[in-house]
Design a binder for this molecule. Structure first.
Ligand SMILES: [Zn+2]
Length: 168
């Protein structure tokens, strides 16, 4: 087991190890890398093998997987020994990567940069934490409720005036 073992992992496995160390959940990794749980577990097995740690049992639950992967996460908490060869991600690209909106070679290149760049990793991890709940979906409904209430009040007012003029 070497300090540089995490640095030598393939980019996707390196990203998974460092992202878990930054507090992201396996579901976040799956979304960012556009991969299923099996693929994420495979990346983590590659990382565990590289540091000489035992793999998780076959068909492990997420809890068992996270427990088994702890030695890899501990190794990934050490600062990266590699210097990214690409420039830091812009806000737009960070948001797109965190939302799982990147694909193909661009996704791999940006994920590799994030794996080796603590500043970008922290930004991606903060996006994935704040992005989860659904207040965005509720806000327009509240707006709609207000509009419906105002329209109903106007209709009632117009009817009252109409009745008043007709029979007043
Ligand atoms: Zn960066």
């Amino acid at each position: 087991m070497s300090d540089a073992a995490v640095d030598r992992l393939p980019p996707a496995a390196r990203f998974c190890a460092r992202a878990l160390a930054a507090g992201m959940a396996p579901a976040d990794l799956a979304r960012v890398l556009r991969a299923d749980d099996t693929t994420i577990a495979k990346h983590l097995r590659v990382g565990l093998a590289a540091i000489g740690a035992p793999p998780p049992p076959p068909g492990a639950t997420e809890t068992a997987l996270l427990a088994a992967v702890e030695p890899l996460v501990a190794a990934a908490r050490r600062p990266p020994g590699r210097t990214p060869s690409t420039t830091c991600l812009s806000d737009d690209v960070s948001a797109a990567l965190a939302a799982g909106a990147l694909d193909g070679p661009l996704l791999l290149a940006e994920a590799e940069h994030v794996a080796d760049c603590p500043a970008c990793l922290e930004r991606i991890a903060s996006f994935t934490v704040t992005e989860a709940p659904a207040p965005v979906a509720i806000a327009p409904r509240r707006g709609l409720d207000v509009v419906v209430t105002i329209v109903c009040a106007l209709v009632v007012a117009v009817l009252l005036v109409w009745f008043a003029l007709r029979w007043g």
